[in-house]
Design a protein around this ligand. Structure first.
Ligand code: GLA
Length: 376
């Protein structure tokens, strides 16, 4: 009797072991699930592309076929002082992408943030003139794009040049050079690598006034004969924004310009919304924690399900437009490394990505993959 019991137990255990991994193996990875639709990318930090983050590495290798540099190619890192370029990190990033056969993105050439002050000043500390700044821009773009010619396949040439109301942002680039800084940047990039894809990248383009501004900007570039391959919709989303209709209308508006669309910085923020300006100044006191940082002990199932539904809804819209969508890139790999743990309030516990802090697949990952399987 006892022997009989043990043999049943062992059989059950064997079946459990066999079925467990087998089920796992049947779940396709993100890049395989969407292989006939678009590339699936992730923004990597330094530890990740240096292969030091052993939790993220297997996820990156199995789920993603495109990479973006979270910070490494921004002006302040790659060109910190006049005449001084530092390519140590960027070289490693590109080598990582080549090693694993990824579609490598460059981010970003012209931005109002993470650009050192010296770029806009002369040696007396006064603002430089148009010619000087244009020359600096040209040197920067030729040097950086030129170094990775043929290796970095697509560049976010200009990042975030449009205001919420659709007007052009009054950045130092605009104030010193004038509106044509955007066309000039695209021209310099095209000269430096004629094969590279060139994108305009921005957030909240799902809001109509801002979207219309970006559409006008791109039309103008096209009228001037400037090469622009596509638009990057950053996709820093929330549980309730953008709506399905806003996402759909936005992709259609840019597709109508005859350019490609990519989702370039995807995440779905689950924390209470805090205004950016105010958020930076907030110190999380024990009194503020429950209101502003409610999920330090874990994400409640209701919220995690809501997030999974939002992700599935977004991917259903992307799939509808698979003919114009080239790539969907997540801004990070796991919830442990997302910028949203520190933006706009420092030190929160956010959960915007598809893999949890231990690198485990979340409900949202399953929902995204199922959104694809449902179409077969
Ligand atoms: C913007 C930039 C990114 C990154 C995120 C926050 O979206 O384009 O490079 O800085 O903000 O991490």
């Amino acid at each position: 009797m006892k022997r009989y019991f043990f043999s049943i137990l062992i059989t059950l255990l064997l079946v459990a072991f066999a079925v467990g991994p087998a089920q796992h193996a049947q779940t396709p990875s993100l890049k395989d699930a969407f292989k006939s639709d678009f590339l699936i990318g992730a923004a990597l930090n330094r530890r990740q592309f240096s292969e030091q983050d052993l939790r993220a590495l297997p996820i990156i290798k199995s789920h993603f076929n495109s990479i973006s540099p979270e910070n490494q190619l921004k002006w302040m890192y790659v060109h910190p002082r006049p005449g001084v370029y530092d390519f140590e990190g960027a070289d490693r990033y590109v080598a990582f992408g080549e090693k694993y056969g990824m579609f490598v993105i460059g981010h970003t050439l012209v931005w109002h943030n993470q650009t050192p002050d010296w770029v806009f000043l002369d040696n007396k500390g006064n603002p430089v003139d148009r010619e000087t700044l244009l020359n600096r821009l040209k040197d920067h773009i030729q040097t950086v794009v030129g170094r990775y010619k043929g290796k970095i396949k697509g560049w976010d040439v200009v990042n975030e040049a449009v205001n919420a109301d659709g007007t052009l942002r009054q950045s130092k680039w605009l104030k010193i050079i004038g509106e044509d800084y955007i066309a000039q940047a695209f021209k310099f990039a095209h000269e430096a690598d004629p094969q590279a894809e060139l994108y305009y990248n921005d957030y909240s383009l799902e809001d109509e006034p801002k979207r219309n501004g970006a559409v006008r900007l791109i039309q103008k570039l096209q009228e001037q004969g400037v090469k622009i391959t596509g638009v990057g919709l950053q996709g820093h989303n929330r549980l309730t924004w953008p709506t399905r209709e806003q996402q759909d209308a936005t992709i259609t508006a840019f597709a109508n310009l005859g350019i490609k669309v990519s989702i370039t910085e995807l995440d779905v923020d689950v924390l209470p919304r805090v205004d950016e300006e105010a958020g930076r100044k907030i110190k999380l006191t024990p009194e503020l924690q429950p209101k502003l940082n409610p999920y330090t002990a874990g994400l409640p199932e209701t919220v995690s399900d809501e997030q999974a539904r939002k992700y599935a809804e977004l991917f259903a819209v992307y799939l509808k437009h698979r003919d114009v969508i080239d790539r969907v890139t997540f801004w990070g790999v796991t919830d442990a490394d997302t910028w949203l743990n520190n933006f706009p309030v420092r030190g929160r516990t956010n959960y915007p990505l598809l893999f949890d802090r231990n690198g485990k697949a979340k409900t949202a990952l399953e929902a995204v993959i199922n959104s694809r399987l449902a179409r077969r």
